[in-house]
Design a binder for this molecule. Structure first.
Ligand code: NAP
Ligand code: GLV
Length: 309
């Protein structure tokens, strides 16, 4: 039994080193070195090349390096009966909260505008808003969403959430399903998307849904680019329906150089860095699942293929 690491972002050596630092005798290979394909039982993947999983006849688990698994379901040649797992990690959740809280506070205090003004030596004070003026709506009240909710409550924000299934005993009110979505959006002045990308959530941030937010609401998308109908965003901002957006994820990544989002003054862009799996923090749970495979024990953080997340 052995592990193969598959990713295309230049981080293969870094991850392999992290595995061997913590588990020196682990049979872990990366996909660009010679490796025994028949022995591979676990493939740990991040945006792997389509078709790359077909060469492992004894694969038992496809593990995402991150929280999202949409790119695994997107691979039509993925062996369908193989278990899929994902990362659930306190550091990943804390990093996401820090990013979103930072983006929200920057928005409240016009930080983006002042960055632009500074380029032209302009001294132009603007009215700002306060934490007490806003209700943050977290679309996707899951692992990351509920950690964010707590961070927001800790600094005095009002927050609400939205999930697929009803929830009880939560720190914030969580609306659920299609029936709860309109009320959720109507209350939300800052919308944070933290949904998984599935057939049901693709394109969910569109002209119709975003128009259910109060006029002047702000959008933060830190989930996946496929959630946003990109062509709908600029007209909503230019008409004043939305006051702006902070986007970390895009339909096509890297965002093409000529994309209109780059130059829009009310759109802030970051290159899919809201929270990035930290090898030191994540390797132990990946290895725990490898050991569980060997011992034929139930895997941690299994993804439900029916739900797609
Ligand atoms: P999670 O724990 O699975 O939570 C997902 C939440 O979305 C759950 O509350 C779920 O509802 C809800 N949901 C799913 N489908 C829905 C639907 N059709 N309608 C309403 N609610 C729905 O996922 P997570 O760990 O929080 O991660 C969320 C996503 O964040 C990941 O999938 C990934 O795409 C993204 N992410 C981005 C970055 C970045 O750097 N930008 C980093 C990490 C993760 P239930 O509670 O009812 O199941
Ligand atoms: C990052 O985007 C992740 O899914 O972990």
């Amino acid at each position: 039994m052995a592990i193969v690491l598959i990713r295309q972002d230049g981080k293969l050596d870094l991850w392999k080193k992290a595995f061997l630092q913590q588990y020196p005798y682990l049979p872990v290979f990366h996909c660009k070195e010679s490796h025994p394909v028949e022995e591979i039982t676990m493939a740990i993947v991040w945006k792997h090349p389509e078709g790359s999983l077909t060469k492992y006849p004894n694969l038992k688990c496809i593990a995402s390096f991150g929280a999202g698994v949409d790119f695994i379901f997107d691979d039509p040649s993925r062996p369908e009966k193989v278990a899929i797992t994902r990362v659930i990690d306190t550091a990943l959740a804390a990093d996401m909260s820090e990013y979103v809280v930072g983006a929200i506070l920057g928005y409240l205090k016009n930080m983006d505008l002042y960055c632009q003004e500074q380029q032209q030596n302009n001294w132009r004070p603007q009215a700002y808003s306060r934490i007490s003026d806003h209700t943050v709506g977290i679309m996707g009240a899951g692992t990351l969403g509920m950690t964010l909710a707590q961070s927001l409550l800790n600094i005095g924000f009002k927050a609400v959430g939205w999930s697929r299934r009803p929830k009880e005993n939560t720190s914030i009110k969580v609306y659920d399903g299609a029936a709860g979505r309109t009320d959720f959006l109507n209350r939300t002045t800052i919308l944070v998307c933290l949904l998984p990308l599935t057939d049901a959530t693709k394109g969910i941030l569109n002209r119709e849904t975003l128009s259910l937010l109060p006029a002047g609401a702000y959008l933060i998308n830190v989930a996946r680019g496929g959630h946003l109908v990109e062509d709908d965003l600029i007209p909503l901002i230019d008409s004043g329906r939305l006051s702006g957006a902070c986007l970390d994820v895009f339909q096509k990544e890297p965002l093409p150089k000529d994309h209109p989002f780059w130059t829009h003054p009310k759109i802030k862009i970051t290159p899919h860095v809201a929270s990035v799996s930290d090898p030191a923090s994540v390797v132990p749970q990946l290895v725990e699942n490898y050991k569980r495979l060997i011992n034929k024990e139930p895997l941690l953080h299994l993804v439900d293929p029916e739900r797609g997340y």
